[in-house]
Design a protein around this ligand. Structure first.
Ligand code: 13P
Length: 240
């Protein structure tokens, strides 16, 4: 079976010491070859996280990047800075960025272009707003977020479907419904690029439910928030 993407989004959960201890514990216990493991800590800790992981199969990613390549943009963190620090992946357009920091699809598309041009793998989060008409929402958003992107980047893009009702609530979407949602990502990206991108799910996945998702055909992986806070739990999910 193809390897799945198992991504820890550590959000703003951990300080430096905690993050590095978490990572050391993960590296000690996890089977790094079963799946593609990505760890996304605070941008400030990417350098140290990269140093700990550079001879392993664990990749380090950013949680966001700037819409700008460079210039007078106080406080911004560019995709190239992330890459220089050792990130090979970046999450873009997470629903917390959309909801709390007013990002929309045109901002997300700008970030995506910049990240891809730097060679980063981009985890592009869809808004996940519609509860009933999610298939049409996904189709429309994927078309918007791939406008002008060269098809040669298809395999560097991982679309993440994280319905807002499922993020951090303890209530995830049914695996079968997620499978149909991600099937739409694959259909639309195949239509746009000639080949489909990866498609992953996030939203209240935990150790008990992760395998139900991973056995679905169209689910290429999981984006995990809360359940990744404990390294031993995250390690177990990485080994499913
Ligand atoms: P939870 O796993 O805490 O629901 O968070 C999901 C998420 O936002 C991952 O990016």
């Amino acid at each position: 079976m193809a390897k799945k993407w198992i991504v820890a989004n550590l959000k703003l959960y951990k300080g430096k010491k905690e993050t590095l201890n978490w990572l050391k514990e993960l590296l000690k216990i996890v089977d790094q070859n079963k799946n593609n493991i990505v760890v996304c800590p605070s941008a400030l800790f990417i350098d140290e996280a990269y140093k700990l992981t550079k001879n392993t199969n664990v990749k380090v990613g950013g949680q966001d990047c700037s819409t700008y390549v460079d210039g007078a943009f106080t406080g911004e963190i560019s995709a190239s800075a992330l890459s220089e620090e050792g990130a090979s992946v970046v999450i873009i357009g997470h629903s917390e960025r959309r909801r709390l920091f007013f990002e929309n699809n045109s901002i997300v598309l700008k970030k995506l272009e910049i990240a891809l041009n730097l060679g980063l793998t981009a985890i592009v989060c869809l808004s996940g707003e519609s509860k009933d008409d999610y298939v049409n929402e996904i189709d429309a958003e994927v078309r918007e977020l791939t406008k002008g992107i060269d098809p040669s980047f298809a395999k560097k893009i991982i679309f993440a479907y994280e319905p807002v009702f499922a993020i951090g609530t303890g209530v995830s979407m049914e695996p079968k419904l997620v499978n149909s949602a991600l099937a739409q990502i694959k259909t639309t990206t195949k239509d746009v690029f000639g080949k489909s991108t990866f498609a992953i799910y996030g939203g209240s996945v935990n150790l008990e439910t992760a395998s139900e998702f991973l056995k679905e055909k169209n689910i290429d992986g999981l984006l995990i928030g809360k359940a990744s806070k404990d390294a031993s739990v995250f390690a177990k999910i990485c080994e499913l």
